[in-house]
Design a protein around this ligand. Sequence first.
Ligand code: BTN
Length: 260
Amino acid sequence: MKGLEAVLKSFDTQAQIEYYDTIDSTNIRAKAWAKEGASTGCLVIAKEQTLGKGRLGKSWESPKDDGIWMSLIVRPDIVASKASLLTLITGLSLCETISCVTGLEAKIKWPNDIVVNEKKVCGILTEMQAETGYVKYVIIGIGINVNVEKFPKELPYATSLKLEGHTTYDKKAIIKKFLEIFYIYYNQYKAYGFSDMRKTYIKKCINMHKKVNISNAKQKFVAFVKDIDEEGALIVEDEQGTEHTIFTGEVSVRGLYGYV
Ligand code: BTN
């Protein structure tokens, strides 16, 4: 079996992996590494994070050995406004990876949580650096609850592959499959944009044609999810019949009676 390094070299021959037993956050390290010039395909993997970061300023539980806590550096030659699509592409790749490796039915909760049995198994935090409107680098931070057996009671919607699949999974096999799938979608995206994978994404999206609560700093409302457009934005209709385009970013989308 090809090692992880070999798969990463297909992104860029300069790609390398840094492994840590304990780190504050793989995203923090990847950002520093990217500033030092790390190429596309450079990957930071840690057994444990002491300061794992989640979306919307939340923290991310990263217990020792039980999960995949990693950050991938990419440098696509794209305008900054298209970078948020990388989150969707990563979500799609992770969803397919989890289904393929575990046989569990994984779904995407827009924009980028992966859920199994309506609970979250995986989260993505992408952080971008741009200059004169173009992407310099993007850090794709990925947290997968692989063999975690217990979650704090403050996380009622969190689960792990082990809790759902009743078996222990090989983390390296999951990382490798993810990199292989992501490589295909990443190249497709650079060449043709999101439109080619939009239909596949929609099929896997658990929010489609459901009522959801949309909330961000400015507004909170109930809406029906109608579509996902070519830019990866969620098209929803509120209870007054007005259509809204919801962009990824500082927004939370929740089911009316639970997480999805
Ligand atoms: C979320 O769903 O809120 C995003 C969670 C992202 C967690 C991962 S774990 C590896 C990487 N390093 C971090 O500090 N965060 C991301």
